[in-house]
Design a protein around this ligand. Structure first.
Ligand code: LLP
Length: 871
């Protein structure tokens, strides 16, 4: 420690409370970290209060000591003496009077014993006094160590400051072992401490009761102590130092892609802590909320990680789901009665019985004749006897069904109601599970689904992914969502690399002399083409040129050995116009095209796909004696949006499988051969099992037809758009297709992707035109609107938008990014956090290589965006 840690403090110097748990105080190395952190805050001009837990394992040892007979208690105390003495010496202290004092008092207490030797019944106050010694010892050790190492630290007895409040109806046990403290800012207490010293250490977990006796704070005790002290001192901040960087958007053990939540408001944090997250006990939030003291969760082993900051959030934050959590062990009680609402007092009678059995109800769902409530095991001592006794009593006034074990899955986030429209995909996921109860909290912060516990496996990762994809978990907002757990603690995700346009920034700024303008990065496209060509199970890849027919792209892909899938004579001409592409295999896959187009293409001898009976019924002469491909409708569609799903009766594509016999009959009559079967269920699919499943289905249909050579599995290969969304696992597609191929070796497999090859390779450059504030919203206008890129308006598509002119400036303004078109839907990105932007800045709209330029229009008679190619 240096002079700055002893320089006098200003009279109004703020307090910072630091809390460390059991593993953080168990070794000399960890104490050095505490010393450094406390010293750094003191050096910055703050008063410091360190709150510590007992050394790891000590509280458990003390608890079991309370349940042991006298000789065993003595042996247990001696083991604790040894452990603490060893650490005193290990920390370079010759001796520690504070530690010896508490060891001596522990010896005396344990000799006295409780009323009986059974922990469940022995005097709760004696147990509290014994268990308090874990923290009394660790704090005494800390005071000695820190003072000996240059940071004069005063030992504070937490019981002086924290007084348990009287809670009516609490039994003796709860009063002694699960006490609560009313902690309001107390300037006199803060001033008295400040007068005695600058740096203090005290105990977590303990307080005193009205008679001055030691009581414990129960679960999450040390965090709660830190929060109480933070409130009493009206600290500038309470820092909870633990073994993980903070709260995450899901339990990282189940969802490695869960994101660190960098900022939460008190209510959200409370909700997340209540509904599953273990890192912070829900109890410790309200003292800080009441006193408006921010909380910060940090990782002791990685002080450089940002952590989670909990405090009042700026109101301009966009609504977002922050986390999805789950709780197991939920019991549902469903109560059925006819005409319940007519019965005055029915609910009062029902709930009186819950109260009588000491059960606190969590969620409630009601219908005309049914009320269903959930019981949470963390709030209730739920054993089957209690529930059976309750059910027996309830049975006297209604029909009762107990459903257990259930799990509650909760989505947490501010403004839940305004996000419901985004959740259809998420709700569909629950459609497959059995939902017993749905409950939306009245504070608009959570939406909970209760399902059978067995349904939980694998559900959370799927939901997390769906929420990101739906734009409901706004992982694009980097001020709220930090890195993934995997990136922080695991092997970093090899897929996550900086996009090409970061390195090409100067070139792109140069290209942005004229805007709106697309720019395409050929190396990215070639890399993708090679990956597809390397799939061992796929015999041929046709590029669906509707995604982007730019001649330079067609040339590059022809050279890379790809064929072309075209849907119109215009697209076929576009391929013809590129010398290198002219000789490449081509596929004509139209839909509701006129006769003349088929006539022209059949004449040229190109492979043609039919997807209806009409051509064979009315234009047989075009196909007689020739080979065609047949597109079937497998009865379901998939993809990133309803409008791109191409299966099922509501979609106009494909021959329904039940009409196959009619088609085969017509083909036989006119001597038409079916060389291949085709299915394309939609666009933007990220599930690797999709193509193998389709392959299996087409193979089994082909058996029926005979002589089919080719199975064309369509395109649809998706690219993740939102940050954190999982990539399509191409290797998994390949491996699973190879499996199917082993069963059906006679078929050639074709793919016809568009998006996957080109989406990431393209960006749209635009210039800021104007900005405008309206109410709470800040609009940022640019010269690219829905005429240049229609995907956001048409599909609610999400494209990353950055200010290329200020790429590394902090993104601290929330914008609605809009274009110049006379439509309210002309919004390129809603609620986007960007640096404060000005007229003339260059915006980059990412991942616009597919279906960007090719779907552009001259609406409002604005010129088409042009395109540049980066070789
Ligand atoms: N094959 C057929 C028969 C298709 O209809 C399509 C796309 C593809 C292949 C290529 O699909 P891809 O691999 O690109 O997903 N405009 C929408 C996408 C519409 C796709 C139309 N058909 C969008 O911007 O998302």
């Amino acid at each position: 420690m240096n002079a700055s840690t002893t320089a006098p403090l200003a009279p109004d110097a703020p307090w910072v409370v630091l809390k460390f748990g059991g593993t953080s105080v168990a070794t000399e190395a960890r104490w050095r970290t505490i010393l450094e952190l406390a010293g750094a805050r003191r050096a910055r001009g703050a008063r410091v209060l360190v709150v510590v837990s007992a050394l790891a394992g000590v509280t458990d040892a003390l608890k079991s000591l309370c349940g042991s007979a006298a000789p065993e208690r003595l042996a247990a105390v001696e083991r604790l003496v040894e452990r603490h003495h060893a650490l005193v010496h290990g920390m370079g202290l010759a001796e520690c009077a504070g530690v010896d004092r508490w060891l001596a008092s522990l010896r005396v207490l344990s000799q006295e014993g409780g009323a009986t030797a059974d922990a469940a019944t022995s005097q709760p106050l004696w147990q509290a006094a014994v268990q308090a010694h874990g923290e009394l010892l660790s704090s005494a050790l800390g005071a000695a160590f820190m003072s000996a190492n240059g940071l004069p630290t005063r030992w504070l007895d937490a019981r002086e400051a924290l007084l348990a409040r009287e809670v009516p109806f609490l039994n003796d046990r709860a009063r002694a072992l699960s006490a609560q403290v009313q902690a309001d800012p107390d300037p006199a207490f803060a001033a008295a401490l400040a007068a005695r010293g600058d740096v203090y250490i005290t105990q977590g977990f303990i307080a005193r009761d009205g008679d001055g006796r030691t009581v414990l704070l129960g679960r999450g005790g040390s965090d709660t102590s830190a929060a109480y002290f933070g409130a009493l001192l009206r600290a500038e901040r309470v820092e909870i130092w633990t073994d993980v960087a903070g709260m995450f958007s899901a339990d990282p053990r189940q969802v490695p892609g869960a994101r660190l939540l960098q900022r939460l408001d008190y209510d959200e944090a409370q909700e997340i802590a209540t509904t599953g997250a273990k890192v912070l006990h829900a109890r410790c939030i309200s003292p800080c909320r009441r006193a408006r003291v921010p909380l910060l969760i940090k990782d002791t082993r990685h002080p450089d990680f940002d952590g989670t900051a909990i405090g009042p959030l700026p109101p301009e934050a966009a609504p977002s789901i922050k986390a999805v959590s789950s709780r197991r062990g939920i019991t549902l009680v469903s109560m059925e009665t006819s005409g319940m609402w007519q019965q005055v007092g029915f609910l009062a009678d029902v709930f009186a019985l819950f109260k009588q059995h000491g059960l606190s109800v969590d969620l409630i769902g009601s219908a005309e004749t049914n009320v269903t409530v959930s019981l949470d095991p963390t709030e209730n001592l739920l054993d089957s006897d209690v529930v059976a006794a309750l059910a027996a009593d309830l049975a006297r006034i209604c029909r009762v069904k107990v459903i257990a074990p259930c799990a509650a899955v909760t989505l947490v986030g501010r403004g839940m109601r305004s996000m419901l429209y985004r959740l259809s995909g998420v709700l569909a996921e629950f459609g497959r599970e059995r939902v017993h109860l749905i409950s939306q909290s009245s504070n608009n912060l959570n939406l909970t689904f209760v399902v059978d516990e067995g349904m939980l496996d694998g559900l959370l990762p799927r939901l997390h992914d769906l929420l990101i994809r739906a734009g409901a978990l706004r992982t694009d907002d980097a001020t709220l969502f930090g890195p993934t757990w995997q990136a922080l603690y695991g092997v970093s995700d090899s897929h996550v690399h900086a996009p090409w346009w970061r390195a090409a920034r100067t070139r792109l700024l140069d290209l942005a002399q004229a805007t709106p303008r697309y720019a395409y990065h050929l190396p990215t496209i070639l890399e993708r083409a090679q990956a597809l060509r390397a799939m061992r199970s796929v015999d041929r890849v046709y590029y669906a040129i509707k995604a982007n027919p730019h001649p330079a792209i067609l040339r590059a892909l022809a050279r890379a050995g790809l064929g072309f899938e075209c849907v119109s004579p215009g697209e076929l001409d576009a391929v013809d116009a590129v010398a290198d592409a002219r000789e490449s295999p081509r596929l004509f896959t139209p839909n509701f095209a006129p006769r003349a187009e088929y006539a022209q293409v059949m004449q040229r001898g190109l492979a043609t796909t039919l997807d209806a009976l009409h051509p064979l019924q009315h234009w047989q002469e075009l196909f007689a004696g020739r080979e065609v491909m047949l597109r079937v409708d497998l009865g379901r569609g998939l993809g990133h949006h309803d409008k791109v799903r191409t299966g099922g009766a509501s979609s106009k594509f494909g021959l329904p499988v039940e009409r196959l016999d009619e088609f085969l009959e017509l083909a036989r009559t006119h001597g038409v051969r079916i060389g291949g079967l085709h299915a394309h269920l939609g666009s933007g699919i990220l599930d690797a099992s999709h193509w193998p499943v389709v392959c299996g289905q087409l193979a089994s249909i082909s058996e029926k037809i005979g002589n089919v050579r080719v199975l064309n599995l369509g395109g649809g290969l998706g690219v993740p758009s939102h940050p954190g969304e999982a990539e399509l696992d191409l290797a998994a597609v390949d491996a699973a297709l190879a499996e199917v191929k082993r069963a059906y070796p006679q078929y050639e497999l074709w793919l016809e992707p568009g998006r996957w090859l080109v989406a990431d390779a393209g960006v749209l450059l635009a210039r800021v035109t104007q900005s405008k504030r309206k109410g709470a919203l800040e609009y940022l206008g640019c010269d690219a609107g829905m005429h240049a890129l229609i995907r956001p308006a048409l599909y609610d598509a999400w494209h990353e938008i950055v200010n290329l002119s200020r790429l590394d400036a902090p993104a601290d303004t929330l914008y609605q990014v809009v274009g110049p078109i006379c439509e309210s839907g002309d919004v390129l990105g809603a609620d986007r956090r960007l640096p404060n932007s000005s007229e003339g800045d260059v915006l980059l709209i990412a991942q616009t290589g597919a279906y960007g330029e090719s779907m552009a229009s001259r609406y409002n008679l604005r010129p088409l965006a042009d395109a540049a190619v980066i070789e």
